[in-house]
Design a protein around this ligand. Sequence first.
Ligand code: FES
Length: 167
Amino acid sequence: MSEKKNNQVSRRTFLNYTLTGVGGFMGAAMVAPMVGMAVDPLLQADGEGDFVYVMDEDEITEEPQRKTFTIDQEDGWYESQAERVAWIFRDGNGDILALSPICTHLGCIVDWGVQDDHPDQFYCPCHDGRYDKDGVNIPGTPPTEPLHVYEQRVDDGRLYLGRANPR
Ligand code: FES
C-alpha cells in the first residue's frame, strides 16, 4: 500500500519535472530569437558609418564638383542601398571639403553657381537660401546653419566619404 502511494507521488513528481522541463525548453526556444532580434541591431555595424570610395584625389578641383555614390544601409533587419550626393572641392587652404547638398532650412537640394548674381555660392531654390563656397549660410537667407560636412578619408590617392555631420 505504501509502495503504491510512493509510486503515485513519484509519478506526479516525474510529470511535474517533465512538464516543467518541456515548458521551460519551449519557452526558451520562443524567447531566444526575440532577444536576438532585439539585441542584434545594436551589435551590428551601422552601414552609414562605412566609408565609400567617391573619386580620385587628383581629380578634385577648387571648383565644387557634384558626385554621387551609393551606400549600404541597414534598418533593423532590412538592408538596402541608398544614393548620396556630395559637393567636393579644395578650399582656400587646399584642404578637401565634401558638403552635403541638403539645405539645412527645410531639406531641399542646393546647387552650385546657378545664380548670376551669386555665382560663387550654393543656392537653394525652395526659399532662396544661399551658402558661401565653404557651405556657410549667408545671413539674411532662410538657412540658419551651414551645410553638413561628410567625414572623409584619403587612402592611396582615393577619396572615401562617410556620414555627413553638422558642424
Ligand atoms: S529649404 Fe532651402 S531655403 Fe528653404
